[in-house]
Write a protein that binds this ligand. Structure first.
Ligand SMILES: C[S@@+](CC[C@H](N)C(=O)[O-])C[C@H]1O[C@@H](n2cnc3c(N)ncnc32)[C@H](O)[C@@H]1O
Length: 274
């Protein structure tokens, strides 16, 4: 795919850089380009990730004993929320994506899920500007979603999380573990019942960020390219910023691998010191 010609952009196709941009320009007007977590991307993101059990066991083990309210930041369509509810937690889930929150509501609308739904409160809001009246025993930001917070906004975001915790409250967050394989672009095919999807991951080393795109070729209809930019702060940087924001760091652990695959996740366990 890297041999694609660098064609000029077509009207309606944003000027994307890198391999994803070359694919977009080659496919031209037949392609729909959309944000990964928006109305077009949300259902596709959900389909691709709903069965992913990465970090679930670690999160459940770390939050065991916290039966009070857990604040789940960026809960999305509930990949981590449903196991938390099933483990007996009361969860307040926050996300900006109306599309993913509606997927989560749909998953809990079956009569058999009523017991779980009763323990869940959903809030459509920006977690960086959160202002809820409750204080929580624990907060969770999984799925390396800290990478979606711009670096300049992280210190304020961490203070906001601390302000939502009870004194001594726990903050569990996962981060990408840097590795030598981060340098080159990678393209990973994922087949789903009605489409083949290619996850295109490209580094922008000077900016310490990655461009992640999903090219979906459905059995019916035109191709779709979903885009997202992810910052990649190291666990050490995050640990320092957490301490500056009023957290003590209990531990940094590597998430348990799933299905024999090596883990790419670090889990930071911090505690509010105020
Ligand atoms: C990588 S997904 C993870 C979703 C879910 N935790 C999971 O494991 O499937 C990132 C989520 O962060 C949400 N998000 C991104 N920026 C956000 C913000 N500033 N405030 C709240 N949610 C945000 C997106 O809508 C998306 O649901």
């Amino acid at each position: 795919m890297s041999g694609l010609p660098d064609l000029p952009g077509s009207p309606g196709i944003p000027d994307l850089p890198g391999l994803a941009g070359r694919i977009a320009r080659s496919l031209g007007d037949s392609l729909t380009v959309a944000e990964l977590y928006g109305p077009v991307g949300g259902p596709i993101y959900h389909e691709l990730t709903a069965g992913d059990t990465n970090e679930v066991r670690d999160v459940l083990a770390l939050l065991r004993g916290t039966q009070e309210q857990v604040l789940e930041l960026a809960c999305g369509s509930g990949r981590l929320t449903l196991p938390l509810l099933a483990a007996g937690h009361q969860v307040t889930g926050v996300d900006t994506s109306r599309s993913l929150l509606s997927q989560l509501r749909g998953r809990l609308s079956e009569p058999s899920a009523q017991r779980l739904a009763q323990r869940l409160t959903l809030v459509e809001a920006d977690m960086c500007a959160l202002d809820l009246p409750q204080r929580f025993a624990a907060a969770l930001l999984g799925t390396t979603t800290i990478g979606l917070v711009p670096p300049a906004a992280r210190p304020g975001f961490f203070r906001t999380v601390r302000e939502h915790l009870e004194p001594g409250g726990l903050f569990v967050l996962s981060a990408h573990t840097p590795s030598a394989e981060d340098d080159g672009p990678s393209v990973r095919p994922v087949t789903t019942p009605h489409a083949v999807n290619f996850v295109i991951d490209e580094a922008e080393p000077l900016h310490a960020q990655r461009r992640v795109a999903i090219l979906r070729i459905p059995a019916q209809g035109g191709p779709v390219l979903l885009t997202s930019t992810v910052h990649v702060p190291s666990p050490d940087t995050l640990a320092e910023e957490l301490q500056d924001a009023g957290f003590g760091l209990d531990e940094v652990r590597t998430a348990r691998p799933t299905a024999g695959a090596p883990s790419e996740l670090s889990i930071l366990v911090a505690r509010s010191t105020r």
